[in-house]
Design a protein around this ligand. Structure first.
Ligand code: SF4
Length: 375
């Protein structure tokens, strides 16, 4: 029986030329697919464990998924992109960070944590797109692990998705580089960044640095991706007024129109000490965000307990525009051209001409999709 590492080492192809270069005569390469920019000796893998150097060429994941799920787009979360749409979501294996509270650790920490066992499923881009359409998806999303580290495979799938008329998205930690953002830009519409903290020391605990993430957020907005930001609020880790305020001021300084989702932590994986986040904590954080000038601040993971913070209101006249309960859309009042029906203000986002209904407000596994476990 091959090991997971042996299986994944077969599911590869050469990395995109834009995303690595040879840096010396000993065949070392440097990878630019994430902010680590790993120098990788011949025969070794990068920090993510899934991109490796063989003979001076970088090999990268290809032709499989770690899992597939149909999610409401609100779960990603995107609140300003086709509310109610079904987001056909696929994950790969591996990550460039190692967050102790990861809710997707079984796939993200594969190859790093012996308890994270998730068999890869063979998939082609055509199969995934065909299945996404069959399930009624409007959007195809790379998520559950860090999509930047598997950008080549995501771009291959997204080229087919575009041909089929689907939108595309990344749900990412934002640890990018200019090279990888340029590489993915033509093929991605929506981008969510998980801004985990506003303190470099905290990022180093998770295996990263804050600066590449801040640079990526700024670049994503400047390059015209539709960008939403999430911060999982964790007591004692990132919830001080000072830290939340600096994060909010940073985002508002880029654009007050960037939606900021403040979501509730629950104990998971190796982080079982902090208490679960309360509605009061999210509401306090939301006040800080609004006070900093952000126009669209949301509280998530606690349906029905955070007052008006699940809804979208016009930034100009406060008219109620989109009503939500958890992932369920309960009211939609935008005009056909994405404006407030009362004052006419243009609402930032990617809107359809009308609400197109909602297939589900709960995640479900697609059936009969023909993916098979690799072994
Ligand atoms: S994706 Fe990031 S962690 Fe993986 S090899 Fe490239 S630079 Fe290193």
């Amino acid at each position: 029986m091959p090991t997971l590492k042996e299986m994944l080492n077969e599911q590869v192809r050469e990395g995109a030329r834009e995303l690595f270069e040879k840096i010396d005569e000993r065949n070392r390469v440097r990878c630019y697919s994430c902010g680590h920019c790993c120098p990788i000796p011949d025969g070794q893998a990068g920090v993510c464990k899934v991109r490796f150097n063989r003979g001076g060429t970088l090999y990268v994941p290809w032709g499989y998924v770690g899992g597939v799920q149909c999610d409401p787009i609100e779960k990603k979360p995107f609140f300003h992109a086709h509310p109610g749409a079904l987001a056909y979501s696929f994950g790969m294996l591996g990550c460039d960070l190692h967050c102790s509270y990861c809710q997707n650790w079984v796939t993200s920490q594969a190859l790093r944590d012996a308890d994270a066992v998730s068999p890869p499923l063979a998939a082609s881009a055509e199969t995934l797109v065909r299945d996404a359409r069959r399930q009624g998806a409007r959007v195809l999303v790379s998520t559950y692990n860090e999509p930047l580290i598997t950008s080549e495979w995501a771009v291959e799938i997204f080229k087919h998705a575009r041909e089929a008329g689907l939108m595309t998205g990344f749900v990412s930690n934002g640890n990018g580089t200019p090279q990888v953002l340029n590489y993915i830009r033509p093929w991605i519409d929506l981008y969510k960044v998980d801004l985990k903290s506003f303190d470099d020391r905290h990022y180093r605990q998770l295996g990263g640095r804050i600066q590449p993430i801040l640079d990526t957020i700024r670049a994503l907005h400047g390059m015209g991706f539709w960008l939403e930001i999430v911060t999982l609020v964790i007591a004692g880790f990132n919830d001080s007024d000072d830290e939340l305020q600096r994060a909010a001021e940073f985002l508002a300084g880029i654009s007050p129109d960037i939606p900021w989702h403040l979501t509730a932590f629950h104990q998971d994986y190796k982080m079982t000490d902090p208490a679960n986040t309360t509605p009061e904590m999210l509401m306090r954080a939301a006040e800080i965000g609004k006070h900093a000038g952000l126009r669209y601040v949301y509280a998530g993971n606690l349906p029905g307990k955070v007052g008006d913070l699940e809804n979208t209101r016009c930034h100009n006249c406060h008219e109620l525009l989109i009503e939500r309960y958890g992932y369920l859309i309960t009211g939609y009042h935008l005009t056909a051209n994405g404006c407030c029906p009362k004052c006419g203000a243009s609402i930032p986002g990617r809107w359809g001409r009308a609400f197109e209904g909602q297939i589900t407000s709960h995640p479900f596994l697609p059936r009969g999709r023909g993916l098979i476990a690799i072994n």
